[in-house]
Write a protein that binds this ligand. Structure first.
Ligand code: 13P
Length: 270
């Protein structure tokens, strides 16, 4: 039985004071939860603050990105070792926003996002190797753009991203990965993917894992859905066989709504 997961990706939100308040609210509400894995992914500036707040709880800490080198002249980048030293156990890798793929037209209109947020399948793979080697569990994001879905390319895009992410990753190491299916058109748009369809794609990811590794690995891996997860739709998503939890943006920014998502994750375990 896979443990349900509720991970909050705070993205570029919360200064240190706001992060402290939010982490405090989540911990007060769900700090002792045991039947679900609760992960907070604040911006890097707030990792240490949040780590202190959650220290005596079951809530875990994740970062939103990393660089694959251990140290050196890489201005502005953060290594796995640095994230570990802030108390991280998880790190999001290959989020569509880091790949320069945005669901919201406002952001998509910003020029050269691909160049600014430069993740590609190849860099995502390097980051996964670096995270795993350091003992961080990567939460690996995959998902298609609206245009790709409309062209009938969803399965091919997701399969290519999954296979590229896992290039050279052994079965033993892969056992420490969490996948997140995040259709880009559903991120920050209020447009949630139908639970059935999200379940189908998460199931397909599991089949790809079985083909690359083994049925055991595929059965054991936690696969999350992300994209406009809210208290109103979370139960339908959590009821799906292949969806083990949520990677949540907007609804993770308030302790009350995130607390309700955690409750739904706990309820799905029962
Ligand atoms: P929203 O929940 O705001 O759609 O964001 C989803 C996401 O990108 C989580 O990583």
């Amino acid at each position: 039985m896979r443990k349900p997961v509720m991970a909050g990706n705070w993205k570029m939100n919360c200064d240190n004071e706001e992060a402290l308040q939010l982490a405090d609210g989540v911990t007060a509400r769900a700090g002792q939860v045991e039947d679900a894995l609760v992960i907070l992914c604040p911006p890097a500036t707030a990792l240490s603050t949040v780590h202190q707040v959650i220290a005596n709880s079951n809530v875990k800490l994740g970062a939103q990105n990393l660089f694959w080198e251990e140290e050196g002249a890489f201005t502005g980048e953060l290594s796995a070792k640095m994230l570990l030293s802030c108390g991280c156990e998880f790190v999001i890798v290959g989020h569509s926003e880091r790949r320069g793929r945005f669901g919201n037209p406002d952001e998509a209109e910003v020029e050269d996002l691909g160049a600014i947020f430069g993740d590609t399948d190849a860099t995502v793979n390097r980051k996964i190797h670096a995270a795993l080697a350091a003992g961080l569990q990567p939460i690996v994001c995959v998902g298609e753009l609206l245009a790709e879905r409309q062209a009938g390319a969803t399965d091919d895009v997701v399969e290519d991203q999954v296979r590229a992410a896992l290039e050279g990753v052994t079965e033993e190491a892969a056992g420490n990965i969490i996948f997140a299916y995040e259709p880009v058109w559903a991120i920050g748009t209020g447009e949630v993917c139908d639970a059935d369809e999200a379940d189908r794609v998460c199931g397909m990811i599991r089949q790809i894992l079985a083909a690359i590794y083994s049925d055991d690995l595929a059965e054991g891996m936690q696969v999350l859905y992300g994209g406009s997860v809210k208290p109103e739709n979370v139960e339908g998503l959590m009821a799906q066989d292949n969806i083990d939890g949520g990677l949540v943006g907007g609804a993770s920014l308030q302790a009350d709504s995130f607390g309700r998502l955690i409750e739904a994750a706990v309820a799905s375990a029962g």
